[in-house]
Design a binder for this molecule. Structure first.
Ligand SMILES: [Ca+2]
Ligand SMILES: [Ca+2]
Ligand SMILES: [Ca+2]
Length: 201
């Protein structure tokens, strides 16, 4: 019995050892991804006045420029968003400002959705926000973006937490489902199709 127990422990330890090797932490000084989700508290913004103050940011992955490598979009509570282009070999370049994905002004960023929202074959970016409208960025086709929030039905002011997509009406394009901490708590947005997507989604 003791031998069986010892054998079990050895196998268990070996399994843990193998599992421990599955991931390796790569230092931000090597990857270039130094962005942090900072939550800057104040008298007017803290968990006592906003129950969702610690909701956190989001992580989006997708090949935004079509070079075959997954690019990275990170959002944060108090210090904006970042768009990191994947350069290969675990190197990333911050192209947020040069590629049209910066968000200025008030508001808190929460989840980020990466999906082809206008059905042109290129991934678009949708950022959920609190204290401001959600933002819709359409891919120009080369990994640069244009802010098409204004006039879009997706510029929702409902303290959104996260969005996801599904073809709810089975018409071949992606519709959006939003989860909010404000009202309405949940809501779906049907995509009317390519010709109208930039005006109303
Ligand atoms: Ca890429
Ligand atoms: Ca698109
Ligand atoms: Ca649809």
């Amino acid at each position: 019995m003791k031998r069986q127990t010892l054998a079990f422990l050895l196998v268990f330890a070996a399994t843990l050892s193998v599992q421990a090797q599955l991931f390796e932490k790569i230092d931000p000084s090597l990857t270039g991804v130094s962005f942090r989700n900072e939550i800057i508290e104040s008298d007017s913004f803290n968990v006592l006045v906003d129950f969702y103050a610690y909701n956190g940011g989001g992580v989006g992955l997708g090949d935004l420029d079509g070079d075959g490598l997954l690019d990275l979009v990170l959002t944060s509570t108090s210090n904006g968003i970042r768009y990191y282009r994947n350069m290969g070999a675990w190197k990333f370049e911050d192209v947020t400002a040069s590629h049209g994905l910066a968000i200025e002004g008030r508001g808190i960023n929460t989840g980020v959705l990466i999906a082809d929202l206008n059905s042109d074959g290129r991934l678009d970016v949708y950022v959920c926000r609190r204290y401001d409208a959600n933002r819709l960025f359409i891919n120009n086709g080369n990994g640069t973006f244009i802010d098409r929030s204004e006039g879009s039905a997706l510029a929702v002011r409902s303290f959104s937490t996260m969005a996801t997509v599904l073809d709810y009406d089975r018409d071949g394009d992606l519709d959006v489902f939003l989860v909010n901490s404000g009202e309405p708590r949940r809501k779906g947005y049907l995509n009317p199709g390519v010709p109208r997507i930039l005006d109303t989604v």
